[in-house]
Design a binder for this molecule. Structure first.
Ligand code: UDP
Length: 248
């Protein structure tokens, strides 16, 4: 089942269900795209038809942000819980140790992705990281990066290039890479590397992780302008459409 939030379809999944679905995808030979969506991404998709189509075609779209949970409730299309991208990645790494998955990390600054891989290897003892590459490669280097990924045959490709670059990159190259699962994870490598921190638990619990991120990185304030716009459109949809029944 999916919730339609301002026309963007988000899967009604819990963290546990998301991990199970991704495990099932890895067992299949065809490539899959997993998207970690938040309200900023929904607003971006309203302006960007390519991003909208990529989300529409994705195999799994998890509700990463609290804004989507809130909107789902208002629009009578409830999403069961937040599935933050970084936590989903943690859960997949833990599962990856048990199931011997091959993992590739693509994105972030060179030192960050290296440090993230080192710390992941320690924290998830036995994880098979088959390759890493930073996310600041030039156009002319892209083929080399793609060859490196393809040659290392990962089961999961974590892509940390930021939204919408990571979704566009993954969607464009998914078929040729033949990777069972590609998933956009935003700033997660910075968190694994220790160069960025998540909001303290109490802030996350009361749904203020987004505020913490703005306070820590005030340059995000421009992007945060999407949040009141998102709330406005959710209220408009509620007032004029009354919140539709869940579909899909
Ligand atoms: N990044 C990258 N290549 C780029 C632009 C960004 O690898 O061309 C990385 C950046 O270093 C960071 C991540 O992408 O690690 C984006 O983090 P952000 O917190 O902005 O993610 P979002 O909020 O978009 O999920």
């Amino acid at each position: 089942m999916k919730s339609s939030i301002l026309g963007v379809k988000i899967d009604q999944v819990t963290m546990e269900e998301a991990v199970a679905k991704i495990a099932a995808m890895i067992a299949e030979p065809k490539p899959h795209l997993v998207i970690t969506a938040n309200s900023e991404m929904v607003m971006a998709a309203k302006r960007d038809p390519l991003l909208y189509e990529i989300i529409e075609r994705a195999d799994l779209v998890v509700p990463d942000g609290i804004g989507l949970i809130w909107a789902g409730r208002i629009l009578n299309q409830p999403l069961p819980e937040r599935v933050p991208g970084v936590e989903l990645m943690e859960a997949l790494l833990a599962e990856g140790v048990r199931r011997q998955w091959r993992v590739f990390l693509l994105g972030a600054e060179p030192a960050v992705v290296e440090q993230a891989a080192k710390r992941i290897a320690v924290q998830y003892n036995g994880i098979n990281i088959v390759g890493t590459h930073h996310g600041f490669f030039k156009r002319e280097e892209q083929q080399q990066v793609l060859d490196k990924i393809k040659g290392s045959h990962p089961d999961i490709l974590f892509v940390a290039l930021g939204v919408p670059k990571q979704e566009k990159f993954a969607a464009a190259h998914l078929a040729s890479l033949g990777v069972p699962v590609a998933m956009g994870v935003g700033g997660s490598f910075d968190i694994f590397a220790g160069t960025a921190r998540r909001a303290p638990y109490w802030m996350r619990r009361i749904g203020l992780e987004w505020l913490y991120r703005i306070l820590k990185q005030p340059t995000r304030i421009r992007r945060a302008a999407a949040l009141p716009q998102f709330a406005f459109w959710v209220f408009m949809e509620k007032l004029f459409l009354g919140g539709k029944a869940a579909d899909g």
